[in-house]
Design a protein around this ligand. Structure first.
Ligand SMILES: [Zn+2]
Length: 193
């Protein structure tokens, strides 16, 4: 079954509140689980959201300010504790390789996770699967930063402004690859904006 879901784990940026954790976003996309910018406490936020550590297949860091990365040790160690069997890619700005190394080895643990570091140094495609491509592009910030975008191949579709125009293929097809929509196999398309 196709699973496409954004799990917001935290939005509080540098200072958490009683009800909002630091950053943390898990995008479940078919068989992938992309964890963006896990701040402190992300391991527990995953637990509260009912998401097992094994759901994570990629860790994507935009930059190395703490609210975007201090959750890496807990998440990585939890995945190792849970004996997650699949490889996990880690994408981050290459200039922060030293920081990532520290986070990965922040304390002693029995490391059995197949964590593969894939630092970014240029804009462009980062990884791809049968129905998606993960792209990175530099952002303007105080430190080197990359934003990420998951792209589906364009195949037909119709202008969102005309939705729901009669004859729009997205209304009747089982799947819709129009770039401005979420898609759900066998179901209706919905807006992303
Ligand atoms: Zn920052």
């Amino acid at each position: 079954m196709t699973v496409r879901e954004l799990v917001v784990l935290g939005t509080a940026s540098q200072a958490p509140t009683r009800t909002r954790n630091h950053n943390g976003y898990l995008l479940r996309w078919d068989g992938e689980g992309l964890l963006f910018d896990p701040g402190e406490g992300t391991q527990r936020q995953l637990l509260l959201a009912g998401v097992p550590s094994s759901a994570v297949t990629r860790i994507c860091l935009t930059h190395f300010h703490g609210d975007h990365c201090l959750g890496v040790p807990g998440v990585v160690q939890r995945m190792s504790l849970d004996r997650v069997a699949h490889p996990v890619a880690a994408h981050f700005p290459a200039s922060g390789r030293e920081y990532f190394g520290r986070l990965r080895a922040a304390s002693v643990f029995h490391d059995v996770l197949d964590l593969r570091e894939e630092p970014l140094s240029t804009d462009g495609p980062v990884a791809s699967g049968p129905s998606w491509t993960l792209e990175a592009r530099r952002l303007d910030h105080l430190v080197e930063s990359f934003g990420y975008r998951l792209v589906e191949p364009t195949a037909g579709g119709c202008c969102p402004r005309s939705w729901p125009a009669p004859g729009c293929p997205a209304r009747t097809s089982a799947g819709c690859s129009a770039p401005d929509r979420w898609t759900s196999a066998g179901g209706p398309c919905g807006w992303t904006r």
